[in-house]
Design a protein around this ligand. Sequence first.
Ligand SMILES: [Zn+2]
Length: 233
Amino acid sequence: MTPGGLPQASIRFDHVTLRLLLGLALLAPLGQTALMAKLYFQYSTMNAGKSTLLLQAAHNYNERGMATYLLTASFDDRAGKGRIGSRIGLNREADQFGSSEDLFAKIQTELERGQAEGAPIKCIFVDEAQFLSRDQVWQLARVVDDLGGPVMAYGLRVDFMGELFPGSAALLALADEMREVRTICHCGKKATMVVRQDENGMVLTDGEQVQIGGNETYVSLCRRHWREAVGDL
Ligand SMILES: [Zn+2]
């Protein structure tokens, strides 16, 4: 395979995801809680449309008058305001979480604020969930168990070397419900892996799990084409 000539994978939602979104839209007008208080994990490889799904699901709540709380990872480790953006142009402001922040305390404060303001938060959304620590995933589980809030986490399953991210490993272990957001390789098979390319399109096979501010790009591939790309034949 010639690096650099890899076509972009296209977006395809699986049936379960579509049913989930439809379910949200149908339940909300009945005045019911749209989702059970569970820890949900929606995972995929890069560029499958996870942030698009997150923003759509949050929008479904909001248009029924139900408040939501959105969180995303902070890349400089400081909590503050950030944005959740999707490749198709949707974006929304979100709070950021740092790597050592107590998410139980942070979310509890928000839930109390929502109650006090007469706009109770009905669902918590977490983007870039692969960057959660194991402790933070347990904190999200406690939000579900002890505070009764549904938490929807969205993240990448594996990095460009085929290793689980820490947050995803913990979510795969602890989530009540998991769903794969599907996308496809250039060959048409389901893409489960991702390669990192440098600015010249060369496939990189080692480096930091998270790279900030570089010129690298990512391409999602099926496992066979990932092996071919990284030279593991
Ligand atoms: Zn393929």
